[in-house]
Design a protein around this ligand. Structure first.
Ligand code: FES
Ligand code: FES
Length: 166
């Protein structure tokens, strides 16, 4: 049983109680993914699994045999940040930074969900493709809490990464 994390294969733990979050931060040594509440409430642990965002604190690692996981480390590096990472830097989309990896992973997948035409609770026209408005972003990012309250700049960063006017 194995899982692929940022393109590298890792063995899954023998203990079925280990969460994906603890596997990432422990055995895999990828501490970019943060543990906030450990109860699916804050979004700090958000990673991409096969391109979709999930709360890794609520996922048991052994249930992801064969899956591909992307963490914040897989979206870019300090010298070569990805598009969303650069936008967060440009717009000061953080203060303490604790929620930021989860915000960036979540926003990355969220834009793909909009491109795929998935509606949200804020989508008024269910026939057309959702527009990337501030309201859509706030609704779709509502699972990612920021104790520092950097929300205004987070929305501006996401709009820039999406190619919209910030
Ligand atoms: S640590 Fe997973 S949602 Fe808070
Ligand atoms: S930047 Fe501090 S919790 Fe979001």
């Amino acid at each position: 049983m194995a899982i692929t994390i940022n393109g590298q294969e890792h063995a899954l733990p023998d203990d079925p109680r280990v969460t994906l979050l603890d596997l990432l931060r422990g055995d895999a040594g990828l501490t970019g993914t943060k543990k906030g509440c450990d109860h699916g409430q804050c979004g700090a642990c958000t990673v991409l699994v096969n391109g979709m965002r999930i709360n890794s604190c609520l996922a048991l690692a052994v249930t992801h045999d064969g899956d591909e996981v992307t963490t914040i480390e897989g979206l870019g590096s300090p010298t070569e940040p990805g598009v969303m990472q650069s936008a967060f830097l440009a717009h000061d989309g953080f203060q303490c930074g604790y929620c930021t990896p989860g915000q960036i992973c979540s926003a990355t997948a969220m834009l793909e969900e909009i491109k795929a035409g998935w509606p949200s609770d804020a989508t008024e026209d269910l026939e057309g493709a959702p527009e990337i408005t501030g309201e859509e972003i706030r609704e779709r990012m509502s699972g990612n809490l920021c104790r520092c309250g950097a929300y205004t700049n987070i929305v501006a960063a996401i709009r820039e990464a999406a190619g919209e006017d910030a």
